[in-house]
Ligand binder design. Structure first.
Ligand code: BT5
Length: 261
């Protein structure tokens, strides 16, 4: 089924492996093509992790953008923009305790309600295709054992239900608005908005897991390209381009006890 929500054209499926993979396979699709599925059987997170995508409960959405950017460093704000749009859509629906964890996780009361998988497919600098995959837990009443401590949903947090299509359409509107901002070259307003929505932006004690090291320190805002600045314990200031961030309780001594959220 095809649904028109200008500028987006939404291809709706009952079941897919992964909406990102489906969109990737649609070679000739124009910008703003979206793929949505009621259920994913092989939903993906970053680094080949799985995204739990039970039928009918969540929004599983992928959006094709053709950013025509001359520089890869301009792309990370597009991922940030997706999480800003998710957070704003939840806040607008009266959800309290919404937060964003760097780079793209949306949390409610410290638990993950949404994640973003941004994948770039390129056959040259002018033909970059960016697939923004967004998963949002909406009407899940529970999660499997491995996720029940860390994941949450709109329904779990509010006791209510939300219409998945309505949520999708509002989220798309917000993404379209932020994309206009990005195209005007003002990524700074996306980054400012992200920083205002996130308790992780500044003054937050965190542990950052990189490929081959773990850093403990205090966050010090984002750079204009969306990297995370970290004042590492001991003095150095590091710019984190990719890594996993977890909150460290203010009173916890990392050498004694690590309490991650
Ligand atoms: C993400 O990865 O958070 C990106 C998730 C993107 C999913 C969307 S759905 C539509 C599109 N099509 C796809 O195939 N993917 C995208 P990452 O930061 O790597 O987080 C993955 C981790 O989150 C997993 O290892 C679990 O610990 C946890 N997780 C898995 N499913 C979850 C869920 N439904 N809710 C909360 N946490 C979950």
């Amino acid at each position: 089924m095809i649904i028109h929500r200008p500028p987006f054209t939404i291809h709706h499926f009952a079941t897919l492996g992964s909406t990102n993979d489906q969109l990737k396979a649609m070679d000739a699709a124009p910008e703003f093509t979206c793929v949505v599925a009621d259920e994913q059987t092989a939903g993906r997170g970053r680094r080949a992790r799985a995204w739990y995508s039970s039928p009918g409960d969540g929004l599983y959405l992928s959006i094709l953008l053709l950013p025509r950017s001359d520089s890869a460093s301009k792309l990370p704000p597009l991922g940030l923009m997706a999480s800003v749009a998710v957070a704003e859509t939840l806040v607008e629906r009266g959800v309290a305790g919404v937060d964003i964890k760097w780079p793209n996780d949306t949390l409610i009361n410290g638990r993950k309600v949404s994640g973003v998988l941004a994948e770039a497919v390129s056959s040259g600098p002018e033909s970059l295709r960016l697939i923004l995959g967004v998963g949002v837990n909406l009407n899940h009443r529970s999660f499997p054992p491995g996720l029940s401590e860390t994941a949450t949903s709109f329904a779990i947090e509010t006791g209510g239900r939300v219409d998945v299509e309505e949520f999708r359409d509002r989220l798309l509107e917000k993404i379209a608005q932020w994309y206009v901002v990005w195209r005007r070259g003002v990524s700074t307003s996306i980054i400012d908005r992200w920083q205002r929505l996130s308790t992780y932006a500044r003054g937050q004690r965190v542990v950052v897991t990189l490929e081959d090291e773990k850093l403990t320190g205090v966050t010090d805002g984002l750079t204009e390209t969306g990297a995370l600045r970290l004042a590492v314990d001991g003095g150095a200031l590091r710019t984190i381009l990719a890594g996993e961030v977890a909150k460290l309780r203010k009173d916890a001594d990392p050498s004694v006890r690590q309490s991650y959220v």
